[in-house]
Design a protein around this ligand. Structure first.
Ligand SMILES: Nc1ncnc2c1ncn2[C@@H]1O[C@H](COP(=O)(O)OP(=O)(O)OP(=O)(O)O)[C@@H](O)[C@H]1O
Ligand SMILES: [Mg+2]
Length: 508
């Protein structure tokens, strides 16, 4: 290729206190190319993207856009150069409407400078049309779940007519259908000659969409290869530097007493839900985006009020009005959106991990710093959290490492019931296997686990039973051997009919 790269990084170095995040990294993006960027949590992917987006200044090295050396001092300059970024952590304004978010800084105005809302709403509806989700451009964004927010962020980048599009884990929160739409969209943009950088932990996606793959490890470039000339095992090897055992942990199948029962439970976006989770069991909950899975979890844990029905914990009816009630009953909840519900970003790793088990560790009154520290260190080791010290603030950890901190925080509490909403999202291949093992251990020790997942392979590997939700209802409950990918998908889409399977009501 003797074309000029759209953007090129030469020997970019960037350090943070205690961390060399990028060490002389070279990178090139060609016109009409989808270039995947992969690596373990903390490898430096987001940092490289943020340097190209003008958010961070490199310590040394050079950036060239269309062959010209440039300094990108801030995100506005990046935008002027045609670089648009969909960040890993959403950068949206939650109180503003969907349309205002799509058109940030570029709202259509009339002659005297007033925003032409009608045009903006129409254009927004147009931009979102391809994603086939029901989104009202006038609704404030915070009323939608992460999936929708992510789609809005993508629509905004496309709306800006960028030449270089950077996606940092764009599908971490969206379902399969939206991912497929996004891919169609990316392929069109590629044909128009745009360059796309695609950061992802989902290697299936990397192989489905990219032309080349660049691998980073510990801030260093491992290599760049053509996607058609490599395979997943080779990429994983480049990422982690060793062979990985990617088998799911062994099930022991010992399901015991009911820990959580919900009967006729109704609330925002779900109704008449019946479910039982037993000790020793991992019950997987599958459903398409918008099927009500997260809302149901929020209702059970007391984050959102329920409007009817009953919750029983160990056979006793309970009232859960607030998450503290749920925690009192031995429940733990790893939410889908770590920014919004899960972590105290300005606090340190130690404070975050210890906060949910303060009472257990402090011997009622005193907080024992030594024990706090021991607990935090233990979690860092088991989950391989990459941090410069346990006093590092969570906001400066890489995205995947923040997710691990959240997991650590709840595991430290030894819950009776764990509700985990997409716990492996954004986590690298090695750590993912760790999380799976920990979930299975927790169940083997007698806890009940409700695992919400959008990844069918994860469900196949982890489920003792699988419940499928559609349009706010549980439409199917399958035993491990019945739970084939086809069946689960058919239940989720509403296309499944099989007289031989017992009805949902008969197998609670
Ligand atoms: N603002 C910051 N202050 C201190 N350290 C930081 C800061 N931003 C990133 N780091 C550190 O730099 C390293 C690289 O982080 P980066 O976010 O680029 O990783 P990543 O490859 O995107 O990981 P992930 O897959 O988890 O998103 C990490 O060790 C992280 O803790
Ligand atoms: Mg990242």
């Amino acid at each position: 290729m003797n074309e000029t790269p759209l953007i090129e990084a030469r020997a970019i170095t960037k350090s943070f206190p205690g961390t060399l995040a990028l060490d002389k990294v070279d990178f090139q993006l060609m016109p009409g190319e989808i270039h995947a960027l992969v690596g373990e949590n903390g490898a430096g992917k987001s940092t490289l993207m943020l340097v190209m987006a003008g958010v961070y200044q490199p310590d040394s090295g050079e950036l060239l856009v269309s062959g010209q050396p440039v300094k990108i001092r801030d995100p506005q300059e990046a935008q002027v150069l045609g670089i648009s970024t969909v960040f890993q952590d959403l950068a949206l304004a939650p109180m503003m409407s969907v349309a205002e978010n799509v058109f940030t800084n570029s709202q259509p105005v009339n002659k005297v400078g007033f925003v032409r809302f009608h045009d903006m709403y129409k254009a927004t509806a147009e931009a979102l049309k391809d994603f086939d989700v029901k989104i009202n451009p006038q609704t404030p964004l915070y009323l939608y779940n992460v999936a929708v927010q992510q789609i809005v962020e993508i629509a905004r980048a496309i709306q800006r007519n960028a030449k270089i599009l950077i996606f940092d884990e764009p599908t971490s929160a969206i379902g399969e259908r939206e991912t497929e739409r996004l891919f169609n969209c990316l392929q069109q943009l590629r044909e128009q000659g745009l360059g796309i950088i695609y950061v992802s932990h989902k290697l299936d996606e990397v192989f489905a969409i990219s032309d080349r793959v660049t691998v980073l490890k510990d801030g260093k470039l491992v290599g760049t290869v053509k996607t058609s000339e490599t395979n997943k095992d080779a990429i994983v090897h480049m990422m982690v530097g060793r062979e990985l055992n990617r088998l799911y942990p062994q099930r022991d199948g010992g399901r015991r007493e009911p820990v959580l029962e919900v009967k006729n439970l109704s609330g925002h976006r779900y109704s008449d839900v019946h479910l039982t989770v037993h000790s020793g069991e991992i019950l997987c909950l599958f459903g398409l985006t918008g099927s009500g899975r997260t809302e149901l979890a929020q209702g059970i844990f007391g984050n959102e009020p329920i409007s009817g029905g009953e919750i029983l914990v160990e056979n006793k009816p309970v009232q859960i009005r607030h998450p503290s009630d749920a925690m009192e009953l031995g429940m733990a909840y790893i939410p889908e959106d770590r920014k919004r519900d899960g972590l105290f970003l300005e606090k340190t790793l130690r404070e975050n991990i210890v906060v949910t088990c303060l009472r257990a560790l402090s011997g009622l009154v005193f907080i024992n710093p030594a024990r706090q520290e021991a607990k935090a260190r233990e979690s860092i080791t088991t989950l391989q959290i990459r941090a410069s010290s346990i006093e590092q603030r969570v906001t400066s950890l890489s995205g995947g490492n923040q997710q691990k901190v959240m997991f650590a925080k709840w595991l430290a509490r030894n819950p009776k019931l764990l509700i985990a909403d997409e716990p492996t999202r954004g986590i690298d291949v090695g750590a993912k296997a760790e999380v799976h093992t920990l979930l299975r251990q927790l169940a083997n020790q007698g806890a009940a686990v409700l695992l919400i997942s959008s990844e069918l392979p994860e469900i196949m590997g982890m489920n003792d039973r699988t419940a499928v939700m559609r349009e706010g209802r549980v439409v199917g409950i399958l035993d491990h051997i019945e739970a084939t990918q086809e069946r689960i998908a058919a239940f989720a889409l509403g296309t499944y009919e099989d007289e031989k399977l017992p009805r949902v009501e008969d197998r609670l």
